[in-house]
Design a protein around this ligand. Structure first.
Ligand SMILES: [Mg+2]
Length: 138
């Protein structure tokens, strides 16, 4: 019996992962992030997304999530973007304002951490590390 040779892979897992990230819509990416938040102990009841933004202030981050675990309360405010999506001016204003508050809170309190960030599909590994690490501070 002759051994069957499999062709050498032409695409690495890393390249495949980059291609998947590049082609992901923001809606699909958002579902991934919500799943990641749930896996990392954020209760579904405290994960918020504005479904219909008509009439709302422009630029507020896409997701807000809260978790109380291991003596640390975490507040996440993230703008989600496609891999090559650009921030709008209003989003930059909100993120800057929230980052200012986060820096003060994170600097003052060891039992509260505030995460203000822009998350893109290629950031998945970094996000998972960040959410798993109970003591991480921005
Ligand atoms: Mg967005």
């Amino acid at each position: 019996m002759r051994a069957v040779r499999t062709p050498a892979p032409t695409v690495t897992l890393e390249e495949y992962d980059r291609q998947v990230a590049r082609g992901m819509s923001e809606a699909v990416w958002q579902n991934h992030v919500i799943t990641l938040l749930l896996w990392c102990g954020f209760p579904r009841d405290t994960i918020y997304h504005t479904r219909n933004s008509i009439g709302s202030q422009k630029g507020f981050p896409d997701l807000v999530a809260i978790r109380h675990r291991a003596g640390v309360s975490t507040l996440v405010l993230v703008e989600l973007k496609r891999q090559n999506g650009k921030l709008k001016k209003e989003q930059e204003v909100w993120l800057a304002a929230l980052r200012s508050i986060a820096a003060v809170v994170n600097g003052m309190c060891s039992t509260v951490r505030v995460v203000v960030d822009v998350w893109r599909p290629a950031d998945r590994g970094r996000i998972l590390e960040l959410l798993r690490n109970e003591t991480w501070k921005e």
